[in-house]
Write a protein that binds this ligand. Structure first.
Ligand SMILES: Cc1cc2nc3c(=O)[nH]c(=O)nc-3n(C[C@H](O)[C@H](O)[C@H](O)COP(=O)(O)OP(=O)(O)OC[C@H]3O[C@@H](n4cnc5c(N)ncnc54)[C@H](O)[C@@H]3O)c2cc1C
Length: 420
């Protein structure tokens, strides 16, 4: 069998893996990226991009015109269990830039992987990681990759998603509850022929029987919609077996009159529905293994937001942070890279997620809490605009808990991809 040598091996070519690989390659590292899927590949997701995700994508060099289904959005509609709907407009027009967008993951992830290839990353898609070891002496990581042989690397980055085979190979189940299945479970289906209301923006329904979960409808080009719902595992409204229960409930959710009124009478499924877990416990998860030679990012680091379930921005951010830690450690011992990465996550993402977890438990988990939030958000034109940005820009939301990061321009920063 072949042996492939490189500075850093990245396992997984989703947003976390591509972000890490691009950052490393641009810093002059020799990077091999493997993914078991052949791209373009689907990923069960709502396809919604927050302002933070968009800013990272722009900085990584992604061009929206390379993503066929790219669809900027300028409004969000949030609906409380009592039926109140509030429109939260995001800045639009002129040189405001983009604050929210929707793009099919099949298109987005393939385009980002192309950016990685152009940066010099050796991408081997269609090749799965089968095992990983750190030989005695601990000077490198050996990855067994189907159809490729052994990849021998100074560092390995685990960007291989919720079930992270790299994490399993190096850590087993260490640091996670037994039989861990994620904090949320979410369900998605693409619909065709969505009505004009659904095309107006991102729709989020807080349904009483799903709290703190919610139903969404996100618009895509050509009248298509990404529609789905997520529930918190372990909450009293989410009895096991969760996957089966969610499938049973799905047709009923699509038929609820207030949801159907937005989706439109002609909206129809265009592909089977899919479900997937969402891991949201970055602050309680080991982020490194093998003395810092392996670093976990994105869903493999359990980095999604515990309140909204969004994880693309967090995947991009953690991928960049891990790459920067490796580059910053240079020729020093790998534990230096590991520690730098852990500290960077602790200072930002982990704090943000702790706050989002608190908001989720004490705010949106209850009918009264969500009703109050929707009422406050819709009080005036200013609250509608400010709440929209607060919801979409992770930084101002997180700054509630981290006054050290307060600055005067929170709600004044432009969006991403501003016209030249
Ligand atoms: C239904 C649903 C809706 C969601 N909606 C949103 C949303 O609207 N907005 C948002 O921001 N987030 C959303 N999320 C969360 C988001 O999808 C994830 O947080 C994000 O995809 C994480 O990116 P990642 O790169 O870490 O992992 P992934 O995108 O999962 O990529 C992991 C990669 O690893 C590869 N891999 C796995 N095993 C192996 C192996 N053995 N060898 C090699 N490669 C392997 C996979 O093929 C995959 O390409 C949603 C999640 C779900 C389930």
């Amino acid at each position: 069998m072949n042996t492939l040598d490189c500075d850093v091996a990245v396992v997984g070519g989703g947003p976390a893996g591509s972000a890490a690989a691009i950052t490393l390659a641009r810093a002059g590292r020799d990077v091999v990226l493997v993914d078991k899927a052949t791209f373009p590949r689907d990923k069960c997701c709502g396809d919604g991009l927050t302002t933070s995700a968009l800013r990272h994508l722009e900085a990584l060099g992604l061009r929206p015109d390379a993503v066929a289904s790219w669809h900027p959005v300028a409004s969000t509609f949030i609906c409380s269990p009592s039926g109140r709907t509030v429109e939260l407009p995001l800045p639009a027009g002129g040189d405001a830039g983009t604050f929210a967008a929707v793009a099919r993951r099949a298109d987005l992830d393939a385009a980002l992987l192309d950016v990685a290839r152009a940066a010099g990353v050796k991408v081997h898609d269609g090749h799965a990681l089968a095992g990983a070891t750190v030989p005695a002496g601990g000077e490198c990581v050996h990855l067994a990759v189907d159809g490729l042989g052994t990849v021998r690397a100074r560092y390995a980055i685990g960007a291989d998603g919720m079930w992270s085979p790299l994490r399993k190979a190096l850590l087993g189940g260490a640091g996670e509850p037994e039989g861990y299945l994620g904090e949320w479970h979410a369900f998605r289906q693409y619909l065709a022929s969505g009505g004009p209301e659904a095309q107006r923006g991102l729709w989020v329904w807080f349904e009483e029987d799903l709290l703190p979960g919610y139903v969404w409808s996100f618009p895509l080009p050509d009248g298509r919609l990404n529609v789905g719902y997520g529930v918190q595992r372990g909450s009293k409204r989410a009895p096991e077996p969760l996957g089966k229960r969610m499938s049973q409930l799905w047709p009923q959710i699509l038929a609820r009159p207030h949801i159907r009124a937005v989706l439109g009478p002609d909206a129809r499924p265009e592909a089977p529905h899919k479900a997937w877990p969402i891991p949201a416990r970055v602050e309680r998860t080991p982020l490194t293994a093998a003395g810092g030679r392996a670093l976990f990012v994105g869903d493999a680091a359990r980095a999604t937001d515990p309140m909204t379930g969004e994880g693309i921005g967090q995947a991009l951010e953690s991928g960049v942070l891990a790459a920067e830690a490796v580059v910053g450690a240079g020729a020093l011992q790998p534990w230096v890279a590991g520690r730098r990465y852990e500290q960077a996550v602790r200072r930002g993402l982990a704090l943000d997620n702790r706050l989002a977890g608190l908001l989720s438990t004490h705010g949106v988990a209850h009918r009264k809490g969500i009703r109050l939030a929707v009422r406050l958000a819709g009080a005036t034109g200013w609250t509608r605009r400010a709440f929209g940005r607060w919801l979409f820009e992770d930084e101002p939301r997180a700054s509630l808990a981290t006054p050290a990061r307060w600055h005067r321009h929170f709600l004044r920063r432009p969006g991403a991809f501003r016209p030249d």
